[in-house]
Design a protein around this ligand. Structure first.
Ligand SMILES: [Zn+2]
Length: 481
């Protein structure tokens, strides 16, 4: 009890200081985009074309889908009658599994650095609503304030609101002075930076720091150990082999998989040689050599490329940023305005090391697609994630952009791209979280699905043209307020 009130006081101080130092902090005041439509009765979707998440099974045409108590009960050509059932006409539409964003940060504001947004419950509600609005029914948070994330999950499980399924990695493990400590110090004024860093990361200096960090994450519901092996900005220290090996072995003891954020081929090899098999990001500031491709092709590797995050970041710094129609529907008008009205010097990085990092990001823009193409050819499991809502990546909308990039730049078929955001990522998240059937529409599985207004096989951008979303068996009312 004592501990809780101490935390509340700390939060209050944190918010007060944030308001003082930031001057005008924008408070996300809009109500949620989505409201639940309570649906205890059966739902029957009729005469719809169905992609169940598995490209090998193709499309089932003109079928009915029966949903009850959050589960898929029946799929086929049965007569669509039920006591008090909600019948939804699916003629001319296509149903796909609810999308999974395997890389998010749900407490991020998604605003440019010159437009701070007040952290808190309303911001998180807004982010969750944005994901649901875009058809994303499962989100994985890849690093954030552990205790806040634990509370968010408990609130969701209390089922007060319709929300996406939610899992998290908790606090990230990084080398002292590395990413994101250095970047947060750059962006946030003292002393708020120190508090923010303490909430988000465990700074690892020596082997003795590892076990307590992993135990704390695990004790508060984290389902993955996320480590940082990158140089943002260029030249900062990052975790090396002996510490990563110790993190991998300690995580194994607590039954946690390790996922490494990487930036370059060197980072990839450092983590790979230390026993890591799961990677956040494709190398985005280097190419990958054939010898590395060959060696990762021989192992069971999973990569979340998050191409969209680096494209949007490159565009942001080049002042060529643009948002899709879906993103414009979702993003708060004030935040969109802030991206358009860039203050003098807003895009300039003063630190030369940051300038080098931005340069590398821009130079390797096309090369990162080639890295993904090579990994695909080598048999690497590639799953979709957006790294949203970080700067320039809109919660919900950016995952659709990621699927588009996989098709347009990396040689995925539209079905493979949708599978990377449904069945393929569902299988991986199933391994991590123990939940079966995520990302698939199968009898007995969770009733998470998206009804599209057309066939995405002809044009991947049709995944953005959403007619209806069902999350955990409940119809989401897609409404912009
Ligand atoms: Zn991230």
């Amino acid at each position: 009890m004592k501990w809780i009130s101490k935390r509340r006081i700390m939060s209050f101080i944190f918010m007060s200081i944030l308001i003082l130092v930031a001057g005008c902090v924008y408070k996300s005041k809009l109500p949620p985009l989505c409201e639940k439509l309570e649906c205890e009765k059966q739902i029957i979707i009729t005469n719809v074309d169905l992609f169940n998440g598995d490209p090998d099974q193709g499309i089932m045409e003109n079928v009915n889908i029966l949903i009850e108590n959050g589960r898929i009960i029946k799929i086929g050509k049965f007569p669509p009658s039920g006591v008090d059932a909600e019948i939804i006409d699916g003629k001319g539409k296509m149903v796909i599994p609810g999308l999974i964003d395997a890389h998010t940060h749900v407490v991020s504001p998604g605003s440019p650095p010159w437009f701070p947004v007040m952290p808190g419950e309303e911001l998180i509600r807004r982010n969750f609503s944005s994901y649901l609005y875009a058809g994303i029914t499962t989100v994985y948070d890849m690093g954030g304030p552990l205790h806040d994330l634990e509370k968010i999950k408990a609130d969701i499980e209390a089922k007060e609101q319709v929300n996406p399924r939610f899992f998290y990695a908790g606090k990230m493990l990084t080398q002292k002075g590395g990413h994101p400590e250095r970047m947060l110090k750059e962006l946030i004024p003292w002393p708020v930076d120190v508090m923010t860093i303490g909430k988000l990361v465990f700074l690892i200096n020596e082997p003795a720091d590892i076990a307590p960090a992993i135990k704390e994450n695990k004790a508060h519901g984290a389902t993955l150990t996320k480590i940082m092996v990158d140089q943002i900005p260029f030249g900062v220290p990052s975790l090396r082999e002996p510490l990563i090996e110790a993190i991998v072995s300690e995580s194994k003891k607590t039954d946690l998989m390790v996922c490494a954020h990487i930036g370059s081929e060197t980072d990839l090899l450092t983590a790979l040689n230390s026993g890591v098999r799961f990677f956040a990001h494709t190398p985005y500031r280097s190419s990958i050599s054939d010898i590395t491709i060959q060696s990762i092709g021989e192992k069971e590797i999973v990569v979340i490329p998050t191409l969209v995050a680096f494209d949007q970041a490159a565009d942001f710094f080049a002042d060529t940023l643009s948002f899709s129609d879906l993103e414009k529907e979702i993003i708060e008008p004030n935040i969109l305005e802030a991206y358009i009205n860039i203050p003098d010097g807003g895009l300039e990085a003063k630190d030369p090391q940051f300038q080098i990092w931005i340069h590398e990001l821009q130079v390797h823009r096309e090369i990162k697609y080639e890295n993904v193409r090579k990994m695909k050819a080598a048999g690497v499991t590639l799953i979709a994630g957006s790294d949203s809502p970080n700067v320039a990546a809109v919660a919900g909308g950016s995952l659709h952009k990621e699927m588009r990039l996989l098709v347009e730049k990396c040689g995925f078929t539209p079905m493979e791209a949708v599978a990377s955001a449904t069945s393929v990522s569902g299988d991986i998240l199933g391994r991590i979280t123990g939940i079966r059937g995520l990302g698939r529409i199968v009898v007995g599985g969770p009733a998470d699905l998206v009804m599209l207004n057309g066939d995405f096989r002809e044009d991947i951008r049709r995944t953005e043209n959403i007619h209806m979303v069902v999350s955990n068996g409940r119809i989401v009312e897609r409404k912009i307020q």
